[in-house]
Structures are given as structure tokens and as C-alpha cells.
Design a protein around this ligand. Structure first.
Ligand code: SF4
Length: 928
């Protein structure tokens, strides 16, 4: 008898979601799937991963994958073609447009999801060989203001610190950063520092986010007023003589002018409190904390970056660190938390329209240097168009050929509908993608190229602390999928640039990228990977995570445990990358909203992320565990605004701006500011009927960074009423009738839709028969008096579809029905009770998911609290395991425990407990 073959070793790779860049171990199962766990040896996470990382194994299916090159036919359909023909059409199309209209008529729109090697080759072809700098990326929407702020202050896009600083800081200031949800592993590191070392956490955000739950001080700042707060802090530090004049004199310039400008904006505590709409005592507490602790780190993210004055906000923060000399030392510094998995790699490559390559700019010296290194015949001589301007140029017909790689601009850019219309005007529209359908693919590309996905790709990514990690393949690329760097290389060869694009592997590309970073560098540029430029293929394969700057002459080495990180920080002793080596203080402009609210649009629309989804849900939307947390697109409204606008919690509202409208579930919560609305960015036309929120976002951009302001669009809100609610589940995609509000939710072995409608049971009975009556056996239940209709469809004893509809006030729940789709055939008793909506085994529903790692629902947690089986977050963990893995749900668990305590306290009647509306508890379609 043959011995069972030993399991292959787990593959060491990197999570494809956020900029924390966690190392993960992928253990393939031999059937196209894999088990995913945290890599204990990776210095970004030391084995921890969050709910999104834990669910990666659920996202590896090939359902909906684009597997072959496709070419648009004269009749408008797409037909499969061979790679050589697809490449020929792309290359010849770009050549033709350049010949007729010049190099600025073509563009690449890239992505922070690309690997560094993909980015490098695309940037090189466009800027060095096609002669245009029209290469921009979705990172423009993410951290462009941080890049611009760094370059203004430091002379280079340098993140000075390391994650290690989050363990050593005495004060952690989080500005515009919901790190508990968006950088969960880092936030747990900060929470540990608070628990174990007593570090203080200050959260500055217009919304009381999950991150604020763990704060020692929460400052609910007026939208857009961050610069005023940090100007006030600079003035306060100066007036208290708490500045590091030795550092200011030796290593900086422009301090006096900047201090004078700060005084004009926020001359004292009272003025700062007035400008920021914060209580004076809280502002004073923050200033005192910052002034008195030895070590402070200020982390900032999209709440700072995604602003028409985002670059000024970044510089206002950096000013305070420069003025106190708190930069580049352990536990000190400004820290940009990057959103995307490889936004930093894209920045290193120069994959933004206003960068050239390898942290070099469009200066005559840098242009000449890069031209000689690449031996480039037609190097771009000036900056290209940044994302928003790029799509405006497409709309105006100035750009005629575009290649979109690994991103979904028809969902994510401001005025997304306008973007979709613009894409249809292109003479040549190329998309390289993983999926057969999303809003950008549905905008009608002429050529679709199948791209390798996470788990199949080979290369490197860089995280927020400048640490380069390998993404390694652990699954074969399906069909004819190829890496993006390979596609661009083929295009370049077809265009006659073969000798400059002779790469055989990702390792070849990486070596050249590293060599360019070191070319004529001699310490003049921060980014220098010269020590990696001669890695052998085997060394590249085995490359351990390595942070730059590299030690001179040293090979990277594995950092095995916490606390062993080498000091690779920047600027403790100056050495900035400006002409005179001194950092620049930058005086921010007086903060003011770019677009005014008024009678028609009295609110400000803020957009952002939720805990368990990523970008436009192309990957995370496949995971049933992740989909169970917040399954529907929603808008958060303050209770007083809700009352004024006649909105009810769990009802629906139309949110409108000058640019479009969406219909979203209403979540009434006092964690939202009065006058502000918050809606998540994740849903698209592919996943919901009317929830593509970026359709509504204004195209205002920061003048330095070009980053759009996604946080402050003037908006209106009004109630929308649906008489009926329900759900549909099926083994195949269902098309909903016009007028139905729907949201797609991942469900094991089925496709799920949560519904709302004004059509009654009789209309739905007819629709349901069209949906399911294809040889299936139907079981129906209807109660005209109660307006209830339910239907289940069976084939060979298996449940293949169902639809439940009822009046809004008694909406059916699907928790008992969903698991029935996992069975191949159903027992008679299960079939009998299915239309009751109850589970055959009589078990209570766990309710909507709170802990995605262990699938623990709200009802289960509440039951444990009610029965006394658990009394605290810790005992919930002990009894149910909830919150004991990644910790992303800990803030939510705290609220549930607090609400349970408030509900049982004798004084609760005098102060009604508010269940925060982004907990699933207020989701009537699921819980009613
Ligand atoms: S924090 Fe979560 S999403 Fe971000 S890299 Fe780590 S596991 Fe991935």
C-alpha cells in the first residue's frame, strides 16, 4: 500500500489587502484551495492576521474568473482569442494612437494591488518608451497627499518610522484613521502598548469610529479642520517653550514663517477650539499630552489624505514633529498608514504621474539619469495627468487609448458614472483583470486580458513601514492568466523595444528596479535597493521580508521575533533630501471647505471603509464570513438629523449630491456627527441596485497632490419607503425586477440577495416562477392577509432556490434557510419546515456575524450575556472564542457588553441605550 504523500510545506506569502502587509502562510489543499494563517516569522504581524486575512481561503474560487484573452467583435460581443493576437491588437492600437495624436493621447491607469514588478515594467514602458507620463494609479485616491506632504517637508517621499515605534510610543495620535477596522493588526499592536505600557491613544476624527472606542481621548473634530488643530498645537508648543531648537536650527528651514502662519490660523487654545468645534478642555488635554510625553507617534490615513487640503494637513502634522525633533527615533514620528497592499511599491517605482522612477522626479538631472539607465529613446519630459484629470481628458477626447490594470475606476473614482461614460469614448480601451464582470469590465473594453491573481502571482510588495515582502504563488494560474508585467513586456517587444524588455521572470524585473534605485545614487536619494540588485533567482525566491534603507553591504536577514527590528529609521540626525539637507516647515493655508453646503445640499457626505470588505469587493465579496458582518450598503445619520429628515433606523434613504444619487439602508447613530453622513465605498452596480457611492463624490482635488476629496461632498438625504422586504437565494445568479432594491451577499454554495420592494406578493409570485421554474419542483406558501409569499425550488431533492417576501414590519430572516443550500439533498423534515423560515433542528439563529474569524453572531453573544455565561469581553472570548483571534471585533464586543449592561441597569429607562447602527443589530432585513 502506498504511503500518503506528505503535505507540501506551506508557502510564505503576503496578504493582498491593506498596507500593513501581513505575512501569511498558505497551505494548498490540492483542490485549488488553501488554508491561510498568519506567518509568525513576519515582522509586520508576527503571526496575527485580521478577519479579512483569515477569510482569504474563501476567496480563491474560479467562479467568475476571466481565463482567456477576449476581443470585442464588430457585433459588440467578446470572443476568445490567442495571446499573440490580443497583444498585437494592444500594441498596434497604442502605436496607431501615438502616431496620429502624439504620446499624450495614451495612458495607463494602474493599481496599488499590482506587484512592484508589474508597476515597474508599466511605468518604464510608458515614461521611457512611449514618451508620456500619463501613468497614474488608484493610489492617487489613497495616499497621494502623504506623498506630496513628505516631498514638501523631507525632499523625498520618505516614511521615517517603523511599526516598532507603535510599541514604544507613549502617545499614539490617530488622525483621520479608523485603524481598528482598516489596519486592524497595527491597531491591535497599539492597543497592546496601551494595555501593557500605559501608552495613551488620542483619536481625532469627525466620526466616533471603532478606533475611538479604545481611545483615552476622542476629539470629534469638525470636518476638514485638522490643519487648524495642528497649527494650534505648534503655537502651544512654541508658547510653552517646548520646542527642540537644537533640531530646528541644525536640520530645518522656514520655522519662523510657518509659526507665524500657524498663529494666524490658531493663535491660542480658545481659537483652536472654536475652529475645530472641540471642547477647549479636550484640546488642552491633547496639547498637554503631546507636550509632556517623551515619545509620540502621529498616524494618519484617508481622513487626512482624501481632502482638498490633504497635503496641508500632512504638513501641519509633520511641522509639530519637526519642531519637537520627534522624528526618526524609536517611538517618535509622523506615520502615514498606507491603505493599499502595494501603494508603497508603486511609489518606489514611480508609478504616479508626477513621479519619474525610483523616487526620482521630473528634474533635468533625474530625467537624464533615468534616460541613460533605461537607454530610453523617448523619455517623458514632464509630469503626466493625475487620475481625476486623466479621466477628464478621456471624457474630452484628448486621451484616446487607455489600459486599466487591476482596478475598478468605474466604481472608485469621483463621479464614477461620468468615468464610465468617458471610458466608452475611448478608441482603444484595454483592461487586464481577474474577473469577467465588474463595473469597469461592463463599461465595454475592446480588449480583456486575463491577469494572474493573488496566490498565482510572483513578485514583491512594500508595506507602510518600507518593508519589502515576497508574494509567492501557491496555486497554478488558471486558464491562460498571466502576470501583468508579462503582458506589458509582450506589448513592448511587439512595439520594437525588445532589448529593453528582455525579462524572463519577476526576479529579472526586481533586479533592474533595485539597480535603478542605486544608479548614481551615492546617498543622494532615500530609496536605494542596491544591495538587492544582484540577487540570484534562488535568493529572490527565498527573500525574507526586508526593510529599506538596507544596511550597507549586508544581505537581508530574517527578523524572527518582536523587538529584534534593526533601526532603519530616517532623519533622527537630519539628513533630509532637500538641496541643503534641511527639512522644510510648510505653512498650511487657512482650512476651509472647497464646496459649500446650502439649502439643496445641507449635509456633508463622508465616504470610507467597513471592517470586513475591501475596495469594490471583487475578492472580499466572495467570502460568506466577511459578507455576514455588514451585508447591506448603508448611510449613517445622526439621530437629530434623522428626526429632522423623517428617517428611521433600518429604513431606507436616497442620498443625493449634484453628481448622482444612491438608495441606502439608514443607520441612525450618535457616533455620526450632526450635519454629516457616512456611507461605505464598497458596493458597485455589480453588488447592489443603487449603492455606488463614488457616483456622488465631487471631483475637487488637492492642488498639490491631485487627491480627490472624498470626505466632504455637499449632499441631501430623504426617506425612501418600501412596503415589502425579503431575500432570495439560488445556485445561479438571479436578475431582480426593475424597481427592486437589492444587495448581493456571499452565502455558502448559493448566491444571496437581500431585497426591498413596493411590489406585493402577487407580482413576486409571477417573478419567482420565471426565476425558478426551469424543471425545478416548486413548493409555495402564501398568505394574502399577512402579505407573505415564500417559494422554494428543488431539483433531485436538493434546494436550488428560494424567495421569501413579507411586509417591512415583519421581514423574513434567512439565517435558518442559508445553511440548507450546503446539503446535497434535504431530509423530508427539513423540506417540510423550510417555508416556515425556522430551522429543522430548532436551533436558534446566531444572528448577524460579529466575530468573522470564528463566525460568532450577535444573537449568540447576547444570549451568553443574558444567561450569565459571559459578562465581559474577556468572558465572551473564553465562552465563545469571539474576539480572540485578530481582535477586529473587540470594539464591537465592547459596545455589545456596554449596551447589555445599560439595558439591565436600573437607570436605563431614563437614558435609552443607543445601539450603534453599524452593528448588525439594527439590520431589520436580517434580524426582524
Ligand atoms: S491587517 Fe488584515 S487586511 Fe491588512 S495585511 Fe494584515 S491580514 Fe491583511
Amino acid at each position: 500500500m502506498n504511503a500518503p504523500s506528505p503535505q507540501p510545506p506551506a508557502v510564505r506569502t503576503t496578504c493582498p489587502y491593506c498596507g500593513v502587509g501581513c505575512g501569511v502562510l498558505a497551505q494548498p489543499d490540492g483542490y485549488g484551495g488553501a488554508t491561510i494563517g498568519g506567518d509568525p516569522d513576519h515582522p509586520a504581524n508576527f503571526g496575527r492576521i485580521c478577519s479579512k486575512g483569515s477569510a482569504l481561503g474563501e476567496t480563491l474560487g474560479l467562479e467568475g474568473r476571466l481565463l482567456h484573452p477576449m476581443l470585442r467583435q464588430p457585433d459588440g460581443t467578446l470572443a476568445r482569442v490567442e495571446w499573440p493576437l490580443a497583444i498585437e491588437r494592444v500594441a498596434d492600437g497604442f502605436t496607431r494612437v501615438i502616431e496620429r495624436h502624439g504620446p499624450d493621447a495614451v495612458a495607463f491607469y494602474l493599481s496599488g494591488q499590482l506587484l512592484t514588478e508589474d508597476y515597474y515594467v508599466a511605468n518604464k514602458l510608458m515614461k521611457g518608451f512611449l514618451g508620456s507620463a500619463n501613468v497614474d494609479t488608484n493610489s492617487r485616491l489613497c495616499m497621494a497627499s502623504s506623498v506630496a506632504g513628505h516631498r514638501r517637508a523631507f525632499g523625498a517621499d520618505t516614511v521615517p518610522g517603523s511599526y516598532d515605534d507603535l510599541d514604544a510610543a507613549d502617545l499614539l495620535v490617530l488622525v483621520g484613521s479608523n485603524a481598528a477596522w482598516c489596519h486592524p493588526v497595527l491597531f491591535q499592536r497599539m492597543a497592546k502598548n496601551r494595555r501593557e505600557r500605559g501608552a495613551k491613544i488620542v483619536v481625532i476624527d469627525p466620526r466616533h469610529t471603532a478606533t475611538a472606542e479604545d481611545a483615552d481621548l476622542f476629539l470629534p473634530i469638525a470636518p476638514g479642520m485638522d490643519s487648524a488643530l495642528f497649527c494650534g498645537l505648534l503655537v502651544h508648543l512654541a508658547d510653552r517653550c517646548e520646542l527642540d531648537y537644537r533640531y530646528i536650527d541644525a536640520h530645518t528651514q522656514g520655522f519662523e514663517d510657518t509659526l507665524a502662519a500657524a498663529r494666524a490660523i490658531a493663535p491660542d487654545l480658545a481659537a483652536t477650539a472654536r475652529a475645530t468645534h472641540l471642547p477647549k478642555a479636550d484640546v488642552a488635554r491633547f496639547f498637554t499630552l503631546f507636550r509632556t510625553v517623551p515619545n509620540a507617534v502621529t498616524c494618519f490615513s484617508q481622513g487626512v489624505n482624501q481632502s482638498a487640503q490633504g497635503t496641508d494637513k500632512v504638513n501641519a502634522i509633520i511641522n509639530c514633529h519637526l519642531a519637537t525633533g520627534r522624528i526618526g527615533r524609536r517611538g517618535q514620528g509622523p506615520f502615514s498608514l498606507t491603505g493599499q497592499p502595494n501603494a508603497m511599491g508603486g511609489r518606489e517605482v514611480g508609478g504616479l504621474a508626477n513621479q519619474l522612477a525610483a523616487h526620482m522626479a521630473f528634474t533635468p538631472d533625474d530625467i537624464d539619469r533615468v534616460r541613460r539607465f533605461w537607454n530610453a529613446p523617448r523619455i517623458a519630459m514632464r509630469e503626466g495627468l493625475k487620475a481625476v484629470q486623466m479621466f477628464e481628458a478621456i471624457a474630452r477626447g484628448r486621451i484616446k487609448a487607455l489600459w486599466v490594470m487591476a482596478t475598478n475606476p468605474a466604481v472608485s473614482l469621483p463621479r464614477a458614472s461620468h468615468v464610465r461614460d468617458a471610458l466608452r469614448k475611448l478608441d482603444l480601451f484595454v483592461v487586464s483583470e481577474n474577473v469577467l464582470a465588474n463595473d469597469t469590465v461592463n463599461a465595454g473594453p475592446h480588449i480583456l486580458l486575463p491577469a494572474a491573481a493573488w496566490g498565482e502571482k510572483d513578485g514583491t510588495v512594500t508595506n507602510s513601514e518600507r518593508r519589502i515582502s515576497r508574494q509567492r504563488p501557491f496555486l497554478p494560474a488558471p486558464g491562460e492568466a498571466k502576470p501583468d508585467w508579462w503582458m506589458v513586456t509582450q506589448m513592448a517587444r511587439r512595439m520594437g523595444f525588445g532589448s529593453a524588455f528582455a525579462y524572463r521572470s519577476a526576479a529579472d524585473v526586481f533586479r533592474e528596479h533595485a539597480a535603478l534605485s542605486a544608479f548614481e545614487n551615492d546617498g543622494r536619494r532615500d530609496f536605494d535597493l542596491g544591495g538587492l540588485a544582484t540577487l540570484s533567482d534562488a535568493a529572490f525566491d527565498a527573500l525574507d521580508p526586508v526593510q529599506w534603507p538596507l544596511r550597507a553591504g549586508a544581505e537581508p536577514r530574517r527578523v524572527r521575533s518582536h523587538g529584534q527590528c534593526e533601526d532603519r529609521r530616517f532623519f533622527a540626525d537630519g539628513g533630509f533630501y532637500t538641496r541643503n539637507g534641511k527639512a522644510r516647515f510648510v505653512a498650511p493655508e487657512r482650512p476651509a471647505p472647497r464646496a459649500a453646503t446650502g439649502k439643496d445640499f445641507p449635509f456633508r457626505l463622508n465616504t470610507g471603509r467597513v471592517r470586513d470588505q475591501w475596495h469594490t469587493m471583487t475578492r472580499s465579496g466572495q467570502s460568506p464570513r466577511l459578507g455576514a458582518h455588514l451585508p447591506e450598503p448603508f448611510v449613517e445619520v445622526h439621530p437629530a438629523d434623522a428626526k429632522a429628515m423623517a428617517l428611521i433606523d433600518g429604513g431606507f434613504a436616497r442620498v443625493a449630491t449634484r453628481f448622482g444619487s444612491c438608495v441606502l439602508k439608514v443607520a441612525v447613530t450618535d457616533r455620526q456627527r450632526r450635519g454629516s453622513l457616512f456611507a461605505p465605498i464598497h458596493w458597485s452596480d455589480a453588488t447592489a441596485s443603487a449603492a455606488r457611492i463614488c457616483d456622488l463624490v465631487m471631483p475637487e482635488t488637492d492642488r498639490y497632490s491631485g487627491q480627490p476629496d472624498a470626505k466632504a461632498t455637499p449632499a441631501a438625504i430623504a426617506p425612501v419607503t418600501f412596503a415589502y422586504r425579503g431575500f432570495a437565494l439560488a445556485r445561479w445568479p438571479l436578475v431582480m425586477p426593475d424597481g427592486t432594491w437589492w444587495a448581493r451577499v456571499a452565502v455558502p454554495k448559493a448566491l444571496g440577495l437581500l431585497l426591498a420592494s413596493n411590489d406585493g406578493p402577487e407580482t413576486w409570485r409571477g417573478c419567482a416562477r420565471d426565476m425558478f421554474d426551469d424543471g425545478a419542483e416548486l413548493a409555495e406558501y402564501s398568505d394574502a392577509q399577512r402579505s407573505v409569499y415564500r417559494v422554494a425550488a428543488f431539483v433531485d431533492g436538493a434546494l436550488v432556490g428560494c424567495l421569501f417576501l413579507g411586509p417591512t414590519e415583519a421581514a423574513p430572516q434567512w439565517d435558518a434557510v442559508k445553511p440548507l443550500f450546503e446539503a446535497d439533498t434535504l431530509a423530508d423534515d427539513a423540506r417540510r419546515v423550510i417555508l416556515s423560515g425556522r430551522s429543522a433542528d430548532g436551533l436558534a439563529s446566531a444572528g448577524p456575524t460579529v466575530c468573522a474569524c470564528f463566525g460568532v453572531g450577535l444573537a449568540t453573544i447576547r444570549a451568553a450575556l443574558q444567561s450569565g455565561a459571559a459578562t465581559s469581553v474577556e468572558t465572551i472570548g473564553a465562552a465563545l472564542r469571539a474576539g480572540t483571534n485578530c481582535g477586529s471585533c473587540l470594539p464591537e464586543l465592547k459596545r455589545i457588553v456596554a449596551d447589555a449592561g445599560a439595558a439591565s441597569a436600573p437607570t436605563a429607562t431614563s437614558a435609552p441605550a443607543t445601539v450603534p447602527s453599524d452593528t448588525p443589530a439594527r439590520d431589520p432585513a436580517v434580524t426582524a
